[in-house]
Design a protein around this ligand. Structure first.
Ligand code: CDP
Length: 230
């Protein structure tokens, strides 16, 4: 079985990261959450006042600070999971908040931010054997990935999933607010100039509105085996 790169792209909250994590664990690959990297930069920008009160990004200040931002994934034994670290601090929980979600897409539209993170992601993929999820992994980060999946689901189903997730963590959000955020991010991600969310022509499309997690992971594993065995 050859080592490959698996790129999973799709709209926000489409279940990409659950799929990517499950597949990586099942086949012994590293999982890289590219969205977490954009979220960590966004948190940095929020803390340093680079997001203006009207929500626009102070691009010049953010770009000047890019060399000072260090993002890593480290395994946290107490959580039995890999967490995102921003300049040495575990920010895994904070980057998933609705506040970060509401600022991340404008930050992710800044070309310099994308270039810096894309270079970092490409390094992770040098030895292959990784599963990475995001918006432009199969198109820009790894256009030659052996396996590309594009995940889709309706905005209502995706917002419901994200709402349940946030509520389960104790976050006081309401469904309409989450739906609005999902739709707004889709819009920005799809229409930005630099590397917009697009389905790669050679991606396999997975519409998961009506699939259970079990059906979805069975499909993913079968597809992986077929491609890696070729
Ligand atoms: O978890 P969810 O699917 O809602 O989003 P995410 O994967 O954590 O990504 C958060 C945001 O980062 C997205 O809405 C995009 O604006 C941006 N992003 C991106 O532009 N390119 C990527 N490869 C990954 C994320």
């Amino acid at each position: 079985m050859k080592k490959i790169i698996v790129a999973i792209d799709g709209f926000s909250s489409s279940g990409k990261s659950t799929m990517a994590k499950q597949l990586a664990a099942a086949v012994g690959y590293a999982y890289i959450d590219s969205g977490a990297m954009y979220r960590a930069i966004t948190l940095y920008a929020m803390r340093h006042g680079f997001i203006r009160p009207d929500g626009s990004v102070d691009t010049a200040a953010l770009c000047a600070a890019l060399p000072d931002i260090r993002i890593e994934f480290r395994y946290v034994p107490e959580a039995a999971a890999s967490h995102t670290f921003l300049n040495g601090e575990d920010v895994e929980r904070e980057i998933r908040s609705l506040e970060v979600s509401s600022h991340v897409s404008p930050v992710a539209a800044v070309p310099e931010v994308r270039h810096a993170l894309t270079a970092m992601m490409q390094q992770y993929g040098e030895a292959k054997g990784i599963v990475m999820d995001g918006r432009d992994i199969g198109t820009t980060v790894f256009p030659a990935a052996e396996m590309k999946v594009f995940v889709n689901a309706s905005p209502e189903v995706r917002a419901r999933r994200r709402y349940d997730e946030l509520r389960a963590k104790g976050d006081e959000v309401d469904y309409e607010q989450v739906l609005a955020n999902v739709q707004e991010r889709d819009e920005i991600d799809r229409n930005r100039k630099e590397s917009p969310l697009r389905q790669a022509p050679d991606a396999l499309v997975l519409d998961n509105d009506n699939l259970t997690r079990e059906e979805q992971s069975a499909w993913l594993l079968d597809t992986f085996r077929r491609i890696a065995d070729e």
